[in-house]
Design a protein around this ligand. Structure first.
Ligand SMILES: NC(=O)c1ccc[n+]([C@@H]2O[C@H](COP(=O)([O-])OP(=O)(O)OC[C@H]3O[C@@H](n4cnc5c(N)ncnc54)[C@H](O)[C@@H]3O)[C@@H](O)[C@H]2O)c1
Length: 413
């Protein structure tokens, strides 16, 4: 297929860690996966304060220029769009700077250390009128898109209860590295900002806005060996290093109430996250139960969707549906059913949604408003873990929450 008429889009990258590499690969995949999008991303300028990572961006990833200072990326006239993949404490400063520079940006979750940080970035983006996208990639899984449709179509009846967990054992090892994620000043909360934010985004995308939260949390490992910024990954295990304190929670559990919708009272549910759990590794799971059926999915079995839409009879139970061209964006990656997609592909879908919006097409991507909505749930959960009380959550104007609800209700008040 010819891509001769495709439009060049200059890419800037801020921070060349795990997510920086993944964003880069996602842009590079777009012409092959989505030729109809008509874009040809080219890698212009990357920045990282770690000199070897800036060099890696230039020499290996193929960026034309690299810098130590992110401001050089934002000032580069050949940069049309920016990926912000920095640690959480920099999201607010860099997000506001990108908006002020007039650059559309794709920023990693959770967008700052708390909802106040996220709101500041949202305000700057709205004031500047720039397109935004946020790295809540799990909503792009074809099985998740299908569960959202089943809920919206009423195939599961009235949704009564949900269960969602993110059991990610990246810190299951007691000698696991004390990365920036364990420091309040650098990350904000711990498993809540890192993992509960994904869960909050997912359940609100599928079921609807959460209206109330109560939670508890705990630290499982009090100290860990220190990992210097810009080296290794948060999966690293360090033998014999200097120890430092874990400042934020390893585990959190929450009860939630969803807002009432067109079908009646809102659902209730449980959300649970852990970064020290032994066994699950990237276990982001959602189970949605309604009066007429249920559906469940776990990222560790990303290509398997389980659905039950009948009651009684000899075949009563779950049907397992493998990834297939009817679900989400699957058909762009594989021509037939049963060929698996992977984690990286979710970022390619995200890049497509971002650049489609930048080109002026319909904004269906996860935007800074969705990030604010998830951040409000996380901040309410953090506050509740301290007070022990229920905390209200306000929906965010313009967010396309899941569920079967009139548009006026969907956008909140
Ligand atoms: N969407 C997802 O599933 C997902 C997964 C992992 C991480 N994330 C998010 O992505 C972000 C980055 O996480 P990561 O795992 O890639 O981190 P990382 O530790 O692998 O990389 C962070 C990079 O930022 C660089 N950096 C630090 N200070 C900087 C500065 N002032 N200017 C420029 N660069 C600077 C570091 O040198 C490092 O290379 C976080 O906000 C995290 O929550 C999202």
């Amino acid at each position: 297929m010819s891509t001769g008429g495709s439009r060049p889009v200059g890419v800037g990258l801020i921070s060349v860690g795990w997510m920086g590499k993944l964003h880069t690969r996602a842009y590079q995949s777009l012409p092959a996966v989505y030729p109809e999008l008509g874009v040809r991303p080219w890698l212009v300028h990357a920045a990282d304060t770690a000199p070897d990572r800036a060099e890696y961006a230039r020499e290996v990833l193929g960026y034309a220029r690299s810098s130590a200072d992110y401001r050089a990326v934002l000032a580069d006239p050949e940069v049309d769009v920016v990926s912000i993949c920095a640690p959480n404490m920099l999201h607010k400063e860099i997000g506001i700077a990108a908006a002020t520079a007039g650059k559309p940006f794709w920023i990693e979750k959770p967008v700052g250390r708390d909802a106040t940080d996220t709101a500041a970035v949202a305000e700057a983006a709205h004031t500047a009128g720039v397109v935004t996208s946020v790295g809540y990639n799990y909503r792009n899984a074809p099985a998740v898109e299908r569960i959202r449709e089943l809920v919206a179509d009423g195939a599961l009846g009235r949704i009564t209860n949900i269960r969602s967990v993110f059991f990610n054992g990246y810190a299951a090892e007691p000698r696991g590295a004390l990365s920036w994620r364990f420091n309040r000043e650098l990350a904000g909360s711990g498993a809540m900002g890192d993992l509960l934010s994904h869960v909050a985004d997912l359940v609100q995308y599928v079921v609807g806005p959460i209206s109330q939260v109560t939670s508890l949390s705990s630290i499982v490992q009090a100290e860990r060996p220190i990992l210097p910024m810009g080296s290794g990954t948060h999966f690293a295990v360090i033998e014999g290093g200097e120890m430092g304190p874990v400042e934020n929670e390893d585990y959190a559990g929450a009860l939630v109430r969803f807002a009432d919708d067109a079908r009646g009272p809102g659902a209730v549910g449980t959300l649970e996250v852990s970064r020290t759990i032994v066994g699950p590794q990237c276990g982001l799971a959602i189970e949605v139960y309604g009066t007429e059926g249920s559906a469940r999915w776990n990222f560790e079995r990303m290509n398997e969707l389980e659905v039950c839409t009948q009651r009684g009879g000899p075949h009563y139970g779950y049907t397992t549906v493998l990834g297939n061209p009817h679900l989400g964006d699957y058909r762009h990656f594989q021509p037939g059913p049963g060929n698996s997609m992977g984690y990286d592909d979710l970022k390619v879908v995200e890049a497509k949604k971002f650049l489609a919006a930048v080109l002026g097409r319909e904004q269906v991507q996860c935007s800074i408003d969705d990030a604010l909505s998830a951040a409000r749930v996380v901040s309410a959960a953090v506050a509740s873990a301290e007070t022990g009380a229920w905390h209200a959550v306000t929906p965010v104007l313009g967010v396309r929450y899941g569920g079967n609800r009139p548009q006026a209700e969907a956008v909140g008040v």
